[in-house]
Design a protein around this ligand. Structure first.
Ligand SMILES: [Zn+2]
Length: 366
């Protein structure tokens, strides 16, 4: 146990909170929050990308403050995306597979719902299907993450200004829903777009974009910067609201690549993620009062970076990316923050604190 703890601590040293003199903690009024979630993106996945880039600066190197999030759920030290999504979205730990609902059946409001109540715009962009656990945590309140019908009903109630990703089949196939829910969405006033190209020329909100039957294709399967382009168009739309906005952007396939223990897929996903994060940082540079927080809901794959040779006392003999599971692990995950009041995220914290700190800055501000 002691040895495990020591190795975790050593692994986290480069990510300790930075309070250097040239970037002293300073609160700045937060108008916009962009919460970026790399699903399943533990320190191993981040580090594998840094090594792949030969330690040239990545988006992670550009972060101003770095923290650590403790991801355990209410009933398991290894969380799933539903419980951890709920923790970050609502500030409450719940049981694995519960989404926006607590074990006692209560339904705490999500940060996106609170933002909407306050008159801010809200947007969600994912590469998974839009009813999946991470996006769903920000608008749905159901006992089981597989309750597609219940999640769609909550989506119609919440009406985020932008919700785009994959998952068309869950809105139209009889085995999931009794009637065509895309038609229902249009009747309810949503602008429906069926391709990224259609989305990029649309700004009439609320927008529901379903670009594939299941998840949107992985980065390795396409030659577009979908995640960056969809994020930038979403920020354009949300940024028109003078009161500000809350956006949640998810690099969903990092989790899927790590579940598959597929390093080639993982690298492609990290490359796409890096590009999108840099674009969000650039947005914060040019839009005063924008806070960008990047984290993960949990670690997937038990990713470790081993020396190619057992005798690492000699010169470099390559690094091997290894996995210890095809599931999730209990490892804490990094938090990277940039922009207005970013220093608030430079600590070790519960994943529920991500909600609490965003709420304090964006919702409870005067
Ligand atoms: Zn997963």
């Amino acid at each position: 146990m002691k040895r495990i703890l020591i190795s975790i601590i050593v692994a986290l040293i480069p990510f300790a909170p930075m309070f250097s003199t040239d970037k002293a903690p300073k609160d700045e009024k937060v108008k916009n929050v962009i919460l970026i979630i790399g699903d399943g993106m533990g320190l191993g996945a981040c580090s594998s990308w840094m090594i792949d880039q030969n330690y040239a600066p990545t988006c992670f190197d550009r972060a101003q403050f770095v923290g650590v999030s403790k991801t355990y759920s209410a009933n398991n030290r290894v969380t799933d995306s539903a419980a951890s999504g709920t923790a970050m979205a609502t500030g409450h730990k719940t049981n694995n597979s519960m989404l926006g609902m607590l074990p006692d059946g209560s339904k705490p409001a999500s940060i996106a719902e609170l933002a909407k109540e306050k008159g801010l715009s809200t947007g969600i962009v994912v590469t998974s299907y839009v009813l999946d656990a991470t996006p769903g945590a920000f608008f749905a309140h159901v006992k089981n993450r597989g309750d597609r019908k219940g999640i769609i009903e909550d989506l119609f109630k919440m009406r985020p200004d932008v919700l785009v990703g994959g998952g068309r089949k869950y809105f139209v196939e009889e085995k999931y829903v009794p009637e065509n829910m895309i038609d229902k969405a249009v009747e309810a006033g949503f602008t429906y777009v069926s391709s990224p190209e259609e989305f990029y020329v649309t700004d009439k909100t609320p927008i529901l974009g379903l670009f594939s039957d299941e998840s949107y294709p992985m980065a390795i399967e396409r030659d577009t910067d979908f995640l960056t382009d969809a994020t930038l168009h979403t920020l354009d739309i949300l940024g028109k609201n003078k009161k500000g906005f809350f956006a949640m952007i998810e690099g969903s396939h990092i989790d899927h690549a790590a579940h598959a223990n597929n390093t080639e897929q993982l690298t492609w996903e990290m490359e796409e993620f890096d590009k999108m994060v840099n674009a969000a940082f650039d947005y914060a540079d040019t839009h005063k009062g924008t806070l960008v927080v990047i984290t993960a809901d949990h670690e997937t794959g038990g990713v470790t970076l081993l020396s190619g040779s057992k005798d690492f006392t000699k010169g470099e003999s390559g690094i091997e990316v290894k996995y210890s599971t095809t599931g999730h692990s209990a490892s804490p995950v990094p938090i990277f923050a940039y922009g207005a009041s970013a220093w608030r995220f430079g600590q070790v914290m519960e994943n529920t604190e991500i909600f609490a700190r965003i709420k304090a800055l964006l919702i409870d501000r005067k």
